[in-house]
Design a protein around this ligand. Structure first.
Ligand code: FES
Length: 143
C-alpha cells in the first residue's frame, strides 16, 4: 500500500545542491535518483533518475554532486541542460527529452518519497556500480 519514506530535509538539499539516493524499481533493478531544489519555489525539490536521456551518463557523480546552473541540471558529458523543475531538455544532444521522475513531496521542510512504484534502499549510490575507495553513503563535498 502507499506509504512515504522521509529522505532528508529541504535545507540539506539546498545546502548540498543535490542529494543522491538509491531505490529498487518494480523490475527489481536498483536505480539512482537525485533531489535538486526547484528554483521556481525554494521550498520545493524534485527527484530525477540519475541518468542522462542521451547516453545514460550520471548527472550526479560521487565526489562532485550535480552541477546546477541557473535552474538547469548540466550533463557533464555533452553539456545538455535539463530544467530542474520540469526535467525537460531543450538543447544539445538530449534536446526534446525529459528526465524520468520519482514522486516526492515536501512537508514541513522534510522531503518524503511517495512513489508507490519504487522502494527506498539507501542514501547515496547504487551498490551495483560502486567504486572502490571510501564509503558509499557519505557525501563528499568539494569546493
Ligand atoms: S550523455 Fe548527456 S548530453 Fe550526452
Amino acid at each position: 500500500m502507499s506509504g512515504r519514506y522521509r529522505l532528508t530535509s529541504v535545507d540539506t538539499v539546498s545546502e548540498e545542491g543535490a542529494w543522491l539516493f538509491t531505490v529498487r524499481d518494480g523490475h527489481g533493478e536498483e536505480r539512482e535518483v537525485f533531489l535538486v531544489p526547484c528554483e521556481d519555489d525554494e521550498s520545493t525539490v524534485e527527484a530525477w533518475v540519475n541518468s542522462c536521456t542521451h547516453e545514460a551518463q550520471p548527472l550526479y557523480r560521487e565526489g562532485v554532486g550535480t552541477v546546477v546552473r541557473e535552474g538547469e541540471v548540466v550533463c557533464p558529458k555533452h553539456g545538455s541542460t535539463f530544467d530542474a523543475c520540469s526535467g525537460h531538455c531543450d538543447n544539445g544532444p538530449a534536446a526534446e527529452t525529459t528526465l524520468p521522475d520519482v514522486d516526492v513531496s515536501v512537508e514541513n521542510g522534510q522531503v518524503y518519497l511517495t512513489d508507490d512504484d519504487v522502494r527506498f534502499l539507501r542514501e547515496g549510490a547504487s551498490s551495483d556500480d560502486e567504486e572502490d575507495g571510501g564509503p558509499s553513503s557519505t557525501s563528499h563535498l568539494r569546493f
